[in-house]
Ligand binder design. Structure first.
Ligand code: ATP
Ligand code: MG
Length: 358
């Protein structure tokens, strides 16, 4: 790893609009370097894209792990071009490999209402909604343990197990408590211990236990059903919400849906110890329907850069990027088509970079 304030970034644009929004993210990161004085050394990689697959018959070179494993973070665009490579091949050959091999056990998604972004929730304004969803990213409900018996008969039985390990549960809870400590000092845990009678009570027990180490953090828990309702009716109640893999999957789509369009939402796949690089990417995909036109919204990618800076410990720079996004989105002339404007990808990206430079 580098000394303080200098970082090595692996930049992977991937496919489709990834190749259009990543340069805008880099433009903003350059402005950040100038303004906040952190040194960002960027290496570009063409693999983890369907173009690469077409040339090489695989999504990544055999030595991909050594090529990017020493970087501080991966700044990722989007992967997938179903016309040439089926989605399961492109996804399993790239992002899923990163998540597994780099032990990115936290999936982090901010839920924050930005100016100029229409929300489906009535009477909500920017400032009302500002929290994070922390999803367990490696175990839980998404195990492949189970099977079918008496297939295609009246007696057919299908079973799939949920796996929770103490290490796996505790580490994501600790990450969430740490984040809560840095923010509003309020953590919410998603459970369903009234229906799922073995794993969810265990999850609750671990929350209780880990909370002892964080007496300054107030915490509560809700069953997942009422919690989804609260996301819609009382989004102002939350600071950090932590959940198992399945519940987190649901909440991390619902949260951003409450605060606007797919074009602005970012995500982090994080290895908190920084033993391996974490990956930051917009939530959206490669958007083949608008690729190559210069009209994609770059905000999801740029906000991912803010998450990345925060992960690297550059908290002032991260806050500066979020503030610049807000300034620019509040001006209609810089909004892209998905937000009802007519600005191009580069117009919006440049405006955000300029706002950072002041
Ligand atoms: P994935 O394959 O990653 O699950 P997808 O292919 O279903 O995702 P996207 O590629 O995200 O979906 O596109 C979904 C819709 O949202 C498309 O109509 C696309 O044009 C639009 N969209 C996605 N990202 C953006 C963006 N950054 N700016 C504008 N529109 C976008
Ligand atoms: Mg897709």
């Amino acid at each position: 790893m580098n000394g303080s304030n200098a970082y090595r970034l692996a930049v992977i644009p991937g496919d489709g609009i990834g190749k259009e929004v990543v340069p805008e993210g880099l433009r903003v990161l350059e402005a950040v370097s100038t303004k906040f004085g952190c040194v960002l050394n960027v290496d570009h990689f063409e693999f983890a894209s369907c173009d690469y697959f077409q040339k090489h018959g695989q999504m990544m070179p055999d030595d991909w792990k050594t090529r990017i494993g020493g970087h501080d973070a991966i700044f990722f665009g989007a992967v997938g071009w179903p016309e040439t490579v089926p989605d399961h091949v492109s996804l399993w050959g790239s992002l899923i490999q990163f998540r597994r091999e780099f032990d990115q056990y936290v999936n982090l998604r901010p839920v924050r209402l930005m100016p100029g972004v229409p929300t489906p929730l009535a009477n909500r304004k920017p400032g009302d909604i500002d929290f994070f969803v922390v999803r367990e990213n490696t175990e839980g409900e998404y195990s492949s343990i189970g099977g079918r018996m008496f297939t295609n008969t009246e007696r057919e039985v299908v079973i799939q197990e949920t796996v929770m390990t103490r290490v796996g549960v505790d580490r994501v809870l600790r990450y969430a408590f740490e984040l809560a400590r840095r923010r509003g000092k309020h953590l919410t845990s998603a459970t369903k211990s009234n229906g799922i009678s073995i794993t969810m009570p265990y999850w609750d027990e671990r929350v209780e236990e880990i909370s002892q180490g964080y007496p300054d953090v107030k915490w509560d828990k809700y069953h997942i059903d009422i919690l989804t309702a609260h996301f819609v009716q009382h989004p102002d109640w939350f600071d950090v919400v932590v959940a198992s893999n399945l519940f987190g999957d649901i909440l991390s789509d619902l949260g951003p849906a409450c605060t606007g369009t797919i074009g602005i939402a970012p995500a982090g796949n994080i290895n908190p110890e920084r033993k391996f690089p974490s990956l930051f990417e917009p939530v959206h995909g490669s958007a083949p329907d608008i690729a190559g036109q210069g009209i994609a919204n770059p905000v999801g990618q740029i906000w991912s850069a803010a998450l990345m800076l925060d992960h690297l410990g550059e908290t002032a720079a991260a806050a500066g990027v979020v503030q610049a996004i807000e300034e620019v989105l509040s001006r209609p002339e810089y909004r892209t088509r998905d937000l009802g404007g007519s600005a191009g990808t580069a117009d919006c990206g440049k405006a955000i970079a300029d706002a950072i430079l002041g």
